[in-house]
Design a protein around this ligand. Structure first.
Ligand code: NDP
Length: 479
């Protein structure tokens, strides 16, 4: 078997373009791919900085709304002038409560039950929806994991219950999330740290798949960026799919609904800005669950290892910082002019169109192995080869048509346009809600560079051919 692989690896391969003509031939790549094995000083410093500052940053952005009407500069000015101290700010913030702990325990347990015990039936009656058991992408060690895709069903059940409670049962107030927001922050931190630490220890003691573990020799990097690739408990409880999608993204729309309910309670009306934020973000969330099977082929699942970055990030960063606009609007009920609201809606919808169409084109292209139509034509592509850790040689294709021929990551550009629309829905009174677009720009530019570095190791010279054919990353002619 291994000699066959070696022979195959050394054989020069002929490449065909989409029109069937033979193109150049090159040596097979033999590079290792996946997350780094060695940590440079820059990455290590960034990891330690993030570990030390990210929890305080989340606290800061929530606290400034609670104590300073969402003014980011006011607490800094008061700290500078000595009017307040870090201690007095900390003491004024609501602390952990058992009520919040109960709410959060019920919430996470309910999501676990929906994830583990309610197999998907929605794919049986929703045409075009891919739910139920689906294959993930090949891991660096050569495995293909199976996933139970039932996120859309979980979202629908959860929101149906939320609606039923608000309209008929009245077990709890729809403002429950907002009313317990800072106490809930402590609870999410407890889970975020617990799950990251558990994943870290598990990787040493009982990894799900030892061949896909990566140890760098640096404990901080291992803790933050993860060791195990796809940690699981039992056959089906997949940490990445559960923590990213369920307590985090299902909660996103509920948190926004809770903010809208709070505006109604405080002012007797819901602003058009709040409606815009709820609608645009709900489109994004529903898109995520409708395409959950596609999510199995994204960087989070295919390339990132599960550590604090994903574990804590999904539990704390995502629900608190992705919902800053709604929080801001509770304290600052901005009513937009019709022209401003229309411009925000247009930007959000165009951004969503670019984001979705770009992702869809790649998915269609990959699932049909290039036998499809992109913008009314047969797609063009570059044939590539790569090796998995078990020595196996595999082939893949990089599309150079459609949005993927315009720039290498227009899906990120669309995502950024949508993110800007959420921020612009809050008007221009404070910079607080604009933190999201700053963060998303850093996240997606960094992700783009990280992904390209990985693709370059994976595909070698073929990647260079692709970047020569499509020279820009996010904005044609600029970057
Ligand atoms: P992509 O979906 O863009 O996937 C990148 C991978 O696609 C590459 O690693 C490569 O994988 C493959 N690929 C690259 N170029 C081509 C090509 N020309 N033709 C075919 N395949 C190609 O990246 P992400 O997983 O980061 O993003 C998925 C979506 O999720 C994006 O739209 C992004 O905006 C969004 N996102 C949102 C976040 C948020 O917090 N809101 C966070 C992160 C992402 P391979 O090894 O298979 O070749």
């Amino acid at each position: 078997m291994s000699s066959a692989v070696t022979m195959e690896a050394t054989r020069r391969r002929q490449r065909l373009s989409s029109n069937g003509e033979a193109s150049e031939t090159t040596e097979e790549p033999a590079g290792q791919w996946g997350r780094a094995w060695e940590v440079d000083w820059f990455s290590l410093s960034a990891v330690i900085l993030l570990l030390c500052t990210a929890p305080f940053l989340v606290f800061f952005f929530v606290m400034v709304c609670d104590q300073y009407q969402c003014s980011v500069s006011q607490p800094l000015v008061e700290l500078y002038s000595g009017e307040v101290t870090l201690r007095s700010i900390w003491e004024k913030a609501p602390s952990f409560t058992w009520t919040a702990a109960q709410i959060y325990t019920i919430w996470v347990s309910f999501q676990v039950v929906l994830y583990m015990c309610v197999p998907d039936i929605t794919h049986k009656f929703l045409p075009g929806y891919a739910g139920g058991v689906q294959d993930g992408a090949r891991t660096p060690a050569g495995l293909i994991n199976k996933y139970e895709i039932n996120g859309l069903q979980s979202w629908l059940i959860t929101h149906a219950l939320w609606y039923a409670n608000a309209q008929y049962f009245h077990w709890f107030s729809p403002t429950i999330i907002f009313d317990n927001w800072i106490p809930l922050l402590w609870c999410t931190n407890i889970l975020g740290y617990a799950v990251s630490t558990f994943a870290f220890v598990k990787a040493y003691l009982f990894p799900t798949n030892a061949e896909d573990c990566k140890f760098t020799g640096n404990v901080f990097y291992n803790y933050m960026m993860g060791i195990e690739f796809n940690p699981r408990i039992g056959k089906w409880f997949d940490f990445k799919l559960f923590f990213n999608g369920r307590p985090g993204i299902v909660a996103w729309t509920l948190i926004n609904l809770s903010y809208a309910a709070k505006q109604q309670e405080l002012y007797g009306y819901v602003t058009n800005s709040m409606i815009l934020v709820n609608v645009l973000q709900a489109i994004y969330v529903l898109d995520f669950f409708w395409n959950e099977a596609w999510y199995l082929k994204t960087i989070d699942i295919c390339h990132d290892h599960f550590g604090w970055y994903l574990g804590w990030g999904d539990c704390v960063w995502l629900p608190f910082l992705y919902t800053l606009q709604g929080l801001y609007l509770v304290y600052n009920p901005v009513q937009l002019s019709t022209a401003h609201a229309a411009a925000v809606l247009l930007l959000g919808l165009v951004g969503y169109y670019v984001f979705r169409s770009t992702n869809h084109q790649k998915d269609l292209f990959r699932s049909t192995e290039g036998k499809c139509s992109i913008w009314g034509k047969k797609p063009t592509f570059i044939e590539c080869a790569y090796r998995s850790g078990d020595g196996g040689l595999h082939h893949s294709k990089l599309m150079t048509s459609g949005f993927w021929g315009v720039a290498r990551h227009l899906n990120y550009t669309g995502d950024l346009m949508g993110s800007l629309a959420y921020c612009a829905a809050c008007g221009f009174g404070h910079i607080h809600p604009y933190f999201y677009i700053v963060y998303m720009t850093i996240l997606l530019v960094h992700r783009c560079v990280r992904d390209e570095h990985r693709c370059s190791s994976k595909y070698g010279k073929d990647w260079k051919r692709y970047t020569d054919a499509v020279p820009y990353r996010l904005l044609p002619g600029i970057f």
